[in-house]
Ligand binder design. Structure first.
Ligand code: ADP
Ligand code: FBP
Ligand code: MG
Length: 325
């Protein structure tokens, strides 16, 4: 019988995490379940940083970016003895189950705790959209909006100065943010983790378009593919065209969540409580064809992630210049 649950946010924060916390607390309270907020991800479980959450503490947080619980990266949580200590601390606080809001790394922690006998449910919170078992993660749409607004501004100055601008976008090893922004902003080229990158071919394409009279270029690139400054210098040298490198960085993780993320977080938060009450754990929540669904975390694998957005890129015959999808 579940009387008290814990909730934590882990890994990179994402806009909409607060909306998910709010939904979990309100759904739990309706079922007479107490909710303990755990500060700073798995670190807080070990450091016993617990605080009771009630309706007053969550009712006004829906529109806040970040997470009121704080988050962290805590690599020590991969160790079995640390996981055992976590379960001990949770039992000591009379917590019967744990809701983990985070990405694929955080899910692993939830999976192992469940396998060790402590029931956990995962809610996908990351801007990267790199989690299997869901078409969208909480925070992706907000981050995409931020990226699109930034590119629009960079386009203005690229046009005025007739420059090439290359923009590095987050996503870890997932190109969903970059590819979606590419379409939304009608950019010139996009460099993605799913497509082999050859800088010579990119330069050839730029030169071809320069000859046709094109004056400015916007190139998007997912992080971790190529050093953006080296690439920018290379392009400038080979094309004789002024080139600037921009890393959008952590601005992509902040801000008030857009409506889609608020609603997604709310639906997933409510669903997670219903799932726990049915005695189901070791699962993560997702959205598929606009239905909220769940599946076993252990059936997910980071390497298998191929969202429908990534599939668009496979349809393109041209490596860097996507004209249809
Ligand atoms: N293999 C693992 N086993 C146990 N815990 C893990 C594992 N991988 C990650 N974690 C925990 O989840 C946290 C967040 O993972 P990370 O990959 O950094 O972010 P995200 O969950 O957003 O993808 C880690 O700092 C660690 O505490
Ligand atoms: O904030 P940090 O620790 O520098 O991490 C940066 C990474 O976090 C992210 O913003 C989000 O990643 P996670 O959701 O996996 O934590 C990635 O896009 C980026 O590579
Ligand atoms: Mg991740």
């Amino acid at each position: 019988m579940i009387k008290k649950i814990g909730i934590l946010t882990s890994g990179g924060d994402s806009p909409g995490m607060n909306a998910a916390i709010k939904a979990v607390v309100q759904a739990a309270l309706k079922k007479n379940i107490n909710v303990i907020g755990i500060c700073n991800g798995y670190t807080g479980v070990i450091q016993k940083k617990f605080k009771l959450l009630n309706d007053n503490k969550v009712k006004n947080i829906m529109n806040y970016g970040g997470t009121i619980l704080g988050s962290s990266r805590f690599p020590e949580f991969k160790q079995k003895n640390i996981q055992k200590q976590a379960i001990k601390n949770l039992h000591q606080k009379n917590i019967n189950a744990l809701i983990v809001i985070g990405g694929n790394g955080s899910y692993k922690g939830a999976q192992y705790l469940t396998e060790m006998g402590f029931p956990c449910v995962g809610i996908p919170g990351t801007i990267d959209n790199d989690v299997l078992g869901t078409e969208y993660t909480i925070g992706f749409q907000t981050a995409l909006n931020t990226v699109v607004k930034s590119i629009d501004k960079l386009k203005d100055t690229s046009l005025s100065h007739q420059r090439i601008i290359i923009i590095e976008i987050m996503g870890r090893y997932c190109g969903d943010l970059a590819l979606s922004a590419f379409f939304a902003c009608n950019c010139d080229f996009v460099i993605l983790p799913t497509v082999l990158f050859k800088k010579k071919i990119l330069v050839q394409e730029i030169l071809k378009n320069l000859k046709k009279g094109q004056k400015n270029f916007i190139i998007l690139m997912t992080e971790h593919i190529y050093d953006i400054h080296t690439l920018s210098n290379y392009i400038q040298k080979k094309t004789n065209k002024e080139t600037r490198a921009i890393i959008l960085g952590h601005v992509q993780r902040g801000g008030s969540p857009v409506t889609y993320d608020r609603i997604l977080a709310t639906r997933m938060g409510y669903y997670s409580i219903n799932i726990l009450l049915k005695g189901i754990s070791g699962v993560c929540i997702g959205i598929k064809n606009n239905y909220i669904v769940h599946q076993k975390i252990k059936n997910l694998s980071i390497h298998k992630k191929m969202s429908f957005i990534q599939k668009w890129s496979l349809k393109s015959k041209n490596l860097y210049h996507y004209t249809y999808f």
